[in-house]
Design a protein around this ligand. Structure first.
Ligand code: C2E
Ligand code: MG
Ligand code: MG
Ligand code: MG
Length: 288
């Protein structure tokens, strides 16, 4: 009987695996189709913009562009699901380029309309970052939209820094020369070696939301340590995933400069993001 159960369990497991493999294949094919369709001007993708704030003044300082995929049949598919597949298939290269173009376009519109020095943070996968023409394509985007490089912030993960290092260092320095700011995303969740950190031109550490959620749950020391590390290396800190006022206050108390999270605002459609820019405009009017 035990043997029967074992076999039964095995069959179920096998079916689950089959389902997963099939759904990945399906997702990969749909993604390839959707990326191809971009060339024909058919767009299943969209960017949402999550505001990032200065914790002390509760003032908007920028947005993070977050990719959304609206599948015609399946509806909204989460980036947690399709970004890994885009990375495995190489589709992240054209898709990431689309993100860069779209985000710069939006930034240029807001920059012109509000003349507000808000920044745009863009997530960049390692494969995209390592493309030979990555730096030149950023440069031509900046030129094309007449954007100061200082307004663009690239979010890379520790996996980028794991690549053959001097290549990456060169590239980071080229980007820095263009004025761009560089953030290390999801800090503390990857295979970090603290070795590289002080040698690289990284401006910001982003505390992963899992650590922010650990505040008051026995993980305060980790958050404190990341902030101290960042400051010791003359970097500033963004906390992501702030969901409560207590988290926001505590992080501010610890000297964490910037934050984003549902407590402030969710990722927004451009029109709703614009409302936050309007608060800046009023802010300025009050001051002058
Ligand atoms: P990430 O770069 O760490 O982005 C932050 C994620 O946290 C976003 O998830 C955001 O919606 C979510 N978030 C922000 N505040 C809160 C909060 O208070 N509570 C909770 N529960 N979540 C919060 P999202 O948009 O689903 O993106 C997931 C990941 O997908 C991103 O993590 C990033 O790694 C990747 N991604 C998204 N867009 C792009 C893109 O254009 N290119 C690349 N390469 N990756 C992207
Ligand atoms: Mg990010
Ligand atoms: Mg992150
Ligand atoms: Mg994350």
């Amino acid at each position: 009987q035990a043997k029967d159960q074992g076999q039964g369990g095995y069959v179920v497991f096998d079916e689950v695996m089959h389902k997963q493999v099939r759904s990945r294949l399906w997702l990969g094919n749909s993604l390839r189709y959707a990326v191809k369709a971009l060339e024909k001007g058919q767009c299943q993708f969209q960017l949402q913009y999550q505001p990032i704030f200065c914790l002390q003044q509760r003032k908007l300082i920028g947005f993070e562009a977050l990719l959304r995929w609206h599948h015609p049949q399946q509806g909204l598919i989460s980036p947690e699901q399709f970004i890994p597949i885009a990375e495995e298939t190489g589709l992240i290269v054209p898709l990431g380029q689309w993100v860069l173009e779209r985000a710069c376009q939006q930034l240029a519109i807001w920059f012109e309309e509000f003349w507000a020095p808000v920044s745009m943070s863009i997530n960049v996968s390692s494969q995209q970052f390592l493309q030979p023409d990555f730096v030149s394509s950023i440069q031509s985007l900046l030129n094309g939209h007449q954007l100061p490089g200082e307004l663009l912030k690239l979010e890379i993960t520790e996996s980028v820094l794991m690549e053959t290092t001097h290549h990456v260092t060169d590239r980071l320095e080229q980007l820095q020369k263009l004025g761009l700011l560089l953030s290390l995303d999801d800090f503390g969740t990857g295979y970090s070696s603290l070795n590289y950190l002080h040698n690289l031109p990284i401006n910001t550490l982003k505390i992963d939301r899992s650590f922010v959620w650990g505040i008051g749950q026995g993980q305060d020391q980790i958050v404190k340590t990341i902030i101290a590390l960042a400051h010791g290396l003359e970097m500033n800190v963004v906390a992501e995933g702030i969901e409560t006022v207590e988290q926001a206050q505590y992080l501010n108390l610890l000297g964490c400069e910037l934050g984003q999270g549902f407590w402030f605002a969710r990722p927004l459609e451009p029109d709703d993001a614009k409302k936050w820019l309007l608060t800046l405009k009023n802010h300025r009017k009050l001051l002058t």
